[in-house]
Ligand binder design. Structure first.
Ligand code: MG
Length: 288
């Protein structure tokens, strides 16, 4: 789960809001590409780091409250400062020493996709009511808006439906509609802004159109725009269904960052999550 999120994030990060020419030329899956703003090839960004924070909350004995999530976001950033965050949030994270500090300083009125991008791990929560509550709590730290909270709930619920209900991909939109009232589109084609709801439509469109992770990655990047978030969420969800063939190129497996919080750490975290939430086990067995 986290490994695939990171691969989607790191692959997409090289193309985030880049020109169309770069996508045409380099979206070949041959290798990770660096981003002109300083993100090195194979390095993941905020999407993965905040998903790690959510996963660490799930592994702890803490309650899933906004304060606990806020602490985790600050802790994960402080121990491993990296690029890819929105400027405003990165500035705050640099200033803040803990979650309470962050919550005091932040104006959490964003309708962007930051709450959705870190929500795949929330699908591990077995109780749907607790899942909805956790989605809300984690979202309101930074995205205390109807769109921010809804987007987190939708992603978390898609993840949950794949994990626990063994839902077919084709069934997801109807299940999401029933659970959240949100109608996922499967015909997104435009560049994806950082917008929460656009991101959901793009993720669902790419997820429904493919059954292999390689083609999924290509499609996510081809949208253009905020493609690292789209690819991170889509790859995370694809890792939770046997309908998806795990055909990630070897170059992307070996090219993912290998530092202290790199591929090994992500695999360890996935194993720890599967120990705590055995429903994840069968999917980790498919991990390359
Ligand atoms: Mg990002």
């Amino acid at each position: 789960m986290l490994l695939e999120i990171a691969i989607g994030d790191a692959y997409g990060a090289g193309f985030e809001f880049c020109g169309h020419e770069k996508i045409m030329l380099s979206n070949t899956l041959e290798k990770y590409v660096p981003h002109e703003l300083g993100i090195q090839a194979g390095c993941y960004t905020d999407d993965t780091q905040m998903s790690i924070a959510v996963a660490e909350v799930l592994l702890s004995d803490s309650d899933c409250s906004a304060n606990v999530f806020a602490d985790a976001y600050v802790r994960c950033y402080k121990r491993d400062q990296r690029l890819g965050y929105a400027k405003g949030l990165q500035g705050l994270l640099n200033l803040c020493g803990n979650g309470a500090d962050l919550r005091q300083r932040i104006s959490p009125e964003s309708r962007r996709n930051g709450a959705a991008m870190r929500s795949v791990p929330l699908g591990l929560i077995g109780d749907k009511k607790l899942l909805a509550l956790a989605a809300r709590e984690q979202a309101i730290v930074t995205h205390n808006t109807a769109e921010g909270i809804l987007s987190s709930h939708v992603v978390a619920f898609m993840s949950h439906a794949l994990l626990y209900d063994k839902a077919k991909l084709a069934e997801l939109p109807e299940l999401v509609l029933k659970m959240t009232g949100f109608a996922l589109r499967n015909d997104w084609f435009a560049e994806v802004e950082c917008d929460a709801l656009q991101t959901l439509h793009a993720v669902n469109t790419a997820l429904q159109a493919n059954r292999g992770m390689s083609k999924l990655l290509l499609d996510c990047v081809n949208f253009g725009g905020d493609v690292d978030s789209v690819a991170a969420i889509a790859m995370g969800l694809a890792s939770l269904t046997p309908e998806y063939v795990v055909d990630i190129p070897a170059s992307l497996m070996s090219g993912l960052e290998s530092g202290k919080f790199g591929s090994r750490y992500l695999r360890q975290l996935d194993v720890a999550l599967a120990e705590r939430y055995p429903v994840l086990n069968v999917h980790l067995e498919r991990q390359p």
